[in-house]
Design a protein around this ligand. Structure first.
Ligand SMILES: [Zn+2]
Length: 133
C-alpha cells in the first residue's frame, strides 16, 4: 500500500540534472502527488517527475491457443492407435473422435463437425479446420 505523501517526505523521482531516478524530498504537494521536490543528490529543486513506470512483464498470462491445443494433443497421443488412422482426404467422411493421418500435420483427432463439409481436427501443431464430406 502506498501511503499519502506530505511535504518533507522522501520520494523517488526523476532528476533531470542527475539524469536518473534519485531520492528526493517533497517540498510541496498538489493534492495526492508531489508538486515540487528537492533532489538529495544535487540539491536541485524541480517539478516532481514520477520514476518511469515499471516495465510490464514480457510473459503473457494467457496461454496461447496453440500451446493448449498441443498439450491436449499430447494428452490424447497415448490413446491414438495410428493403425486405425485414416489417411486424410477432402473426399473422406469422418466421425468425431476418429483418427486421421495427414501428410503434413501427422496424426489428428476429429473434434467436431463445423458447418457443411468442414471439421475441426486436433493436430500436434494445433486445431485445424479441414474439408471433409
Ligand atoms: Zn539531482
Amino acid at each position: 500500500m502506498q501511503k499519502t505523501l506530505s511535504a518533507g517526505d522522501p520520494v523517488e523521482a526523476r532528476c533531470t540534472k542527475c539524469r536518473k531516478i534519485t531520492n528526493h524530498i517533497v517540498i510541496a504537494m498538489a493534492e495526492t502527488v508531489p508538486a515540487k521536490v528537492e533532489c538529495n543528490v544535487c540539491s536541485g529543486q524541480h517539478k516532481y517527475r514520477p520514476p518511469a513506470a515499471a516495465k510490464k512483464p514480457a510473459v503473457r498470462r494467457t496461454v496461447s491457443q496453440k500451446t493448449s491445443a498441443k498439450q491436449e494433443w499430447e494428452a490424447l497421443r497415448p490413446k491414438m492407435d495410428s493403425d486405425k488412422a485414416k489417411d486424410y482426404s477432402m473426399e473422406g467422411s469422418y466421425k468425431v473422435n476418429s483418427l486421421v493421418n495427414h501428410p503434413l500435420f501427422g496424426l489428428g483427432v476429429v473434434q467436431r463437425n463445423v458447418g457443411s463439409q468442414k471439421m475441426e481436427v486436433l493436430f500436434e501443431i494445433g486445431l485445424k479446420t479441414m474439408r471433409c464430406k
